[in-house]
Write a protein that binds this ligand. Structure first.
Ligand code: 4NP
Length: 154
């Protein structure tokens, strides 16, 4: 089993989408996908209703996910840890215990060489269009990532 963790700040907007999108593209008997936030604001909460809505409009149900905070033992549990932006990346790296932990962490848009801005913008204070934009960024990245994880040439 290969395990992948998606990380953002609150674990209610971006990482639940990344979690649901990647999970939908990988066989569940070979891959385990989860998500977490670096902050403790939304522990136990369902994803933001706008993330649930945009995922549903693309055929993905993320309504059963619940927020949790990133913890140091996630470095042991997961093979790959993908953050949504540089701030999440720095927050996760600050908890790394060794070079092995550090090597597991990447920004998710680094997988997409065609785009220059590698940040998945935080849509929390924006509108529905921002959530659709985040969905599109993550969907493209997860198509590439799912192929890489399954060793399919891209
Ligand atoms: P996320 O967005 O990191 O994509 O889940 C946020 C959600 C909530 C807050 C910040 C960012 N907040 O401050 O509560």
């Amino acid at each position: 089993m290969t395990s992948i963790l998606m990380v953002c700040l609150g674990n209610i907007c971006r990482s639940p989408l990344a979690h649901g999108i990647l999970e939908s593209k990988l066989p569940s008997n070979q891959f385990y996908v989860d998500s977490a936030g670096t902050a403790n604001y939304h522990i136990g909460d369902a994803p933001d209703h706008r993330s649930i809505k945009v995922a549903k409009s693309h055929g993905i149900d993320i309504s059963n996910q619940r927020g949790r905070q990133f913890k140091v033992s996630d470095f042991d549990t997961f093979d790959f840890i993908f953050t949504m932006d540089d701030s999440n990346y720095q927050n996760v790296l600050a908890l790394a215990r060794n070079t092995n932990d550090i090597a597991k962490v990447k920004c998710i848009l680094d997988v997409d060489y065609s785009i220059e801005n590698k940040q998945v913008p935080d849509p929390y204070y924006g509108d529905d269009l921002g959530f659709e934009h985040v969905f599109q960024l993550l969907d493209k990245a997860c198509i590439l990532l799912s192929k890489k994880l399954q060793n399919i040439d891209i």
